[in-house]
Design a protein around this ligand. Structure first.
Ligand SMILES: C=C1C[C@]23C[C@@]1(O)CC[C@H]2[C@@]12CC[C@H](O)[C@@](C)(C(=O)O1)[C@H]2[C@@H]3C(=O)O
Ligand SMILES: O=C(O)CCC(=O)C(=O)O
Ligand SMILES: [Fe+2]
Length: 333
């Protein structure tokens, strides 16, 4: 197997982008319209007034940092990530590596409690922080998915959220921790979202396979999204907001109206970055296809129906940067 090395990347200037900002406390039909526009144009948006309490977020951040500041030998007790647990540099099983360490967890409370024993010296505190955080972001994800269905004028407005509400949902939770770059002088090289000459790939270019990702990070930049044709833009960090992005399954279920956009995380700051991602996914046996309202003679079905299990198997057999949704396109396209 050829193993890619996380080489320093070209220090091209990457411009910052101001993603669409959705205020969840605004009038419902306006919110759903703006979410649909953002998902069609960028596949990404920032969410403010999201209702997840500062306390829930702070507890999760504290537990994440407690874990990553442990000595490597202790962190390795929670690994290797096959697929769940602690991983360092290796992403997935197909030779992808990056300047990142992470904890990958499934979202089942029982398995979180069991795994907490190898992660934390205070397993109950760790598992209640994770379970509380996942519960809150799942509720938020369901609300966003209902708003999306309403904005798309789909009759069954819970068609997307039902999948992640299901007790068998295959949703995941991931904590990523990226090392700082070497900065000679913190004053002259402040933490910034611009690319530095010593930037390295933390988490390589990819799209998220699931329905929806709810991401947040500390106040350190690194996330970039692709506008296509090799153009990357930097998403400035904002710890008060969630960054929401469309996954491959939602691109298929919206019959290609919403975009599952490629993104990556670079290490380009003097401070370490920690991000937390909730990936809302269907149960393995659930069928993924676009609702009838989104399939018309002018817009025929773009992707053949598939189960999430089938899609996941394909995704996990491929490299991080591979375009897996193309394998499921219907013949007429
Ligand atoms: C190389 C891989 C890592 C990944 C599984 C895959 O084979 C391709 C998709 C990758 C990804 C990206 C988004 C999430 O971080 C993730 C957990 C997922 O579901 O798909 C990772 C997978 C992983 O790290 O195991
Ligand atoms: O750390 C980040 O900002 C991005 C992480 C990411 O894309 C992922 O975990 O899938
Ligand atoms: Fe991602």
């Amino acid at each position: 197997m050829v193993v890619a090395s996380p080489n320093p990347i070209r220090a091209e200037k990457v411009q910052p982008i101001e993603l669409p900002v959705i205020d969840l406390s605004a009038e419902r039909s306006e919110v759903s319209k703006l979410i649909v526009e953002a998902c069609e144009e960028y596949g990404f948006f920032k969410l403010i007034n999201h209702g997840v309490s500062d306390n829930i977020i702070a507890q999760m951040e504290e537990e994440g940092l407690n874990f990553f500041t442990k000595p490597l030998s202790e962190k390795q007790r929670a690994g290797p990530a096959t697929p769940f647990g602690y991983g360092c540099k290796n992403i997935g099983f197909n030779g992808d590596i990056g300047e990142v360490e992470y904890l990958l967890l499934d979202t089942n409370p029982l398995s979180i409690s069991q795994r907490s024993n190898t992660i934390s010296n205070d397993p109950n505190k760790f598992s209640s922080a994770v379970i509380g955080y996942i519960q809150a972001v799942r509720v938020l994800a369901c609300e966003i998915l209902d708003l999306m269905a309403e904005g798309l004028w789909v009759q069954d407005s819970s068609v997307f959220s039902t999948m992640i509400k299901d007790v068998e949902s295959d949703s995941l939770f991931r904590l990523n921790h990226y090392p700082p770059i070497l900065c000679k002088d913190r004053e002259t090289s402040p933490s910034s979202f611009h690319s530095h000459s010593s930037s390295k790939v933390g988490f390589g270019e990819h799209s998220d396979p699931q329905i929806l990702t709810i991401l947040r990070s500390n106040d350190v930049g690194g996330l970039q999204i692709s506008l296509g044709d090799g153009v990357w833009v930097a998403v400035p960090p904002d710890p008060t907001a969630f960054c929401v992005n469309v996954g491959d399954v939602l691109q298929a279920m919206s019959n290609g109206r919403f975009l599952s956009v490629r993104h990556r995380a670079l290490t380009n700051s003097c401070k370490s970055r920690m991000s937390m991602a909730y990936f809302g996914a269907p149960p393995l046996h659930a069928w993924v296809t676009a609702p009838a309202e989104l399939v018309t003679p002018n817009r025929p079905l773009l992707y053949r129906p598939f189960t999430w299990g089938e899609y996941k198997k394909a995704a996990y057999s491929l490299r991080l940067g591979d375009s897996r949704l193309d394998l499921f396109r219907t013949a007429q396209q």
